[in-house]
Design a protein around this ligand. Structure first.
Ligand SMILES: NC(=O)C1=CN([C@@H]2O[C@H](COP(=O)(O)OP(=O)(O)OC[C@H]3O[C@@H](n4cnc5c(N)ncnc54)[C@H](OP(=O)(O)O)[C@@H]3O)[C@@H](O)[C@H]2O)C=CC1
Ligand SMILES: O=C1CO[C@H](CO)[C@@H](O)[C@@H]1O
Length: 292
């Protein structure tokens, strides 16, 4: 997400070279063909085998119609030059009308919502597992009630929930719920999306918060590593991204030290329900997952 368009292939190759194996993709990022070139090159060069990679894909809001799901997933696989996803998610619970535009609009500039129920979309994802196109399936940006609805109908239970998660939005309740349901949580924007326009003046960027900086100094590590380790010690998978090879390499050192219980608690207490990813284009959608 948000990698400079003409650098995606090089950056994904760098990531594989420095040791990353989970590649988080989505139709809406618009760069799967370039990610696919990197995967193909690295496999051909013998740097990595397909089975060692964990590739996540996400179905975008305009393709929730069960009739469209299989072709959409197959198209993403073709772009990525792979034959299966390790993990495939419904990106948001909010369906839009089918369109080649990511955000189809009416004449007044309002997003055109569809009335497709994500529960029906879920059944189409189950068929992808049956067909061997996905090894596991899951959800992204769903709230507790929405996950419960999926669980009620699911023949194949969601294996994963990908959500925004960092100390300003620690997601404790949602994570506790997922633990009980055996759902692995993946934390996105773990560094607080430092380039997001939602970093408000008057609020510290997470990487610059005095507590995070103090901990970083005391452990002689970069602030980013404190934020990544915070997720790992909570038992979450964590995905970040970088356009800099040195950041990529350094971030992999997040497991080289340990935060104690008091430090974890102090980080947890930074929570104020501070979201960076509001999905404002779906404001007013009956399935919008959160209030703001
Ligand atoms: N399911 C969903 O709806 C969503 C999923 N995601 C996924 O999560 C990923 C990460 O989320 P994102 O919002 O980018 O947020 P992050 O919080 O991971 O922030 C990424 C930014 O952090 C900077 N950074 C990385 N490492 C370091 C470091 N060691 N020191 C200082 N700065 C660093 C990078 O800048 P630099 O290039 O300078 O290193 C980059 O701009 C996305 O790429 C996407 O795959 C994201 C949003 C929504
Ligand atoms: O993953 C994400 C980043 O890109 C999208 C915006 O274009 C977001 O909606 C989404 O949550």
């Amino acid at each position: 997400f948000q990698m400079p368009t003409n650098e995606v292939t090089r950056l994904v190759k760098d990531a594989i070279d420095v040791g990353y194996r989970h590649i988080d993709c989505a139709d809406v990022y618009g760069n799967q063909k370039d990610v696919g070139l990197a995967i193909e090159e690295k496999i051909k060069a013998g740097a990595v085998e397909r089975k060692d990679l964990f590739i996540t894909g996400k179905l975008w809001n305009t393709k929730h119609d069960p009739q469209l799901v299989c072709a959409t997933c197959q198209n993403a696989l073709n772009e990525l030059k792979i034959t299966y996803f390790d993990n495939y998610l419904i990106h948001w619970p909010t369906g839009f009308v089918d369109s080649e535009e990511k955000y189809p609009l009416d004449a007044n500039g309002q997003t055109l919502f569809s009335n497709i129920d994500y529960v029906d979309t879920w059944r189409a994802l189950e068929a992808l597992v049956d067909a061997g196109l996905c090894r596991s399936i899951g959800l992204s940006n769903f709230n507790v009630e929405q996950i419960k609805r999926v669980f009620e109908v699911a023949r194949i239970k969601p294996a994963n929930l990908q959500i925004e998660c960092h100390p300003y939005l620690n997601q404790s309740e949602l994570i506790d719920f997922c633990r009980k349901c055996n759902i692995v949580v993946t934390a996105y924007s773990p560094l607080g999306s430092p380039h997001s326009p939602y970093n408000k003046p008057g609020t510290y960027k997470l990487l610059e918060h005095p507590l995070i900086v103090d901990l970083a100094l005391s452990y002689k590590r970069a602030p980013a590593l404190i934020l990544l380790l915070y997720q790992i010690q909570r038992g979450n998978a964590v995905i970040t991204m970088s356009t800099k090879r040195e950041h990529m390499a350094d971030n992999l050192n997040a497991c080289s030290f340990e935060l104690n219980e008091t430090e974890m608690k102090r980080i947890d207490e930074l929570n104020f329900n501070g979201r960076y990813n509001l999905m404002e284009n779906a404001k007013g959608h009956p399935h919008h997952p959160f209030e703001y």
